[in-house]
Design a protein around this ligand. Structure first.
Ligand code: GLN
Length: 196
């Protein structure tokens, strides 16, 4: 199994080292052809407007959409990555994004003055709470019928799954708890095992 990490902008190095620490091979993805052969792709945190523009410039956006729609890979977006994955971005619909995840997100939902926060989350499928770090994080304000909410805070959902799409407002790659990445690797494994 190979996990791609989109490496145009943002905290891709932290995701890459967490995946490697779980014994899985990583490929940094910038160009369309680098998305070939990956079973899962992580879209990191960073700045979603910049990342979306770079994805369009490098034409890697189309390659990601095609490979995902062909059932060949799973995708996990954190923070800015969640925004890039979303179908709708409140007040910012014109910024380039992939539109694969049937949710509406609100950027910087926790207020600019309170730029980062930490919270222990109850997560569906996990026995003990997950310590989550939010940095100028988005919140989900609408979920489509096929979206499963895995965790929420008072403001709304912050961790969701739609089939082989996973998205979190928070940054597990900046901590030491690997359970979110392990969950994602299981989704990627399903793509890897699939007969074509
Ligand atoms: N505020 C950023 C955005 O809207 C996301 C922040 C992050 O990824 N930590 O793109």
């Amino acid at each position: 199994m190979i996990i791609g990490v989109l490496a145009l902008q943002g905290d891709f190095r932290e995701h890459a080292s967490m995946v490697r620490s779980l014994g899985v091979q990583v490929r940094l993805v910038r160009l369309p052809e680098e998305a070939d052969f990956v079973d899962g792709l992580i879209i990191p945190g960073g700045e979603s407007t910049t990342m979306g523009k770079l994805m369009a410039t490098y034409k890697v956006d189309r390659a990601i959409i095609d490979r995902f729609n062909a059932g060949r890979m799973a995708i996990y977006g954190t923070c800015a990555g969640m925004i890039v994955l979303a179908r709708d971005i409140e007040g910012s619909q014109e910024q380039p994004h992939l539109g694969l995840l049937d949710v509406t997100v609100q950027r910087n939902a926790f207020g600019r003055q309170k730029e980062s926060s930490e919270e222990d989350l109850d997560v569906e499928g996990l026995d003990t709470p997950l310590h989550a770090l939010f940095i100028r994080a988005p919140v989900i304000i609408r979920t489509g019928p096929s979206v499963n909410i895995l965790a929420r805070v008072a403001r709304g959902p912050v961790y969701v799954q739609q089939g082989r799409l996973l998205a979190s407002s928070f940054h597990p790659e900046l901590g030491s708890d690997t359970r979110v990445h392990e969950h994602f690797l299981r989704l990627a494994e399903q793509s890897s095992n699939q007969e074509v």
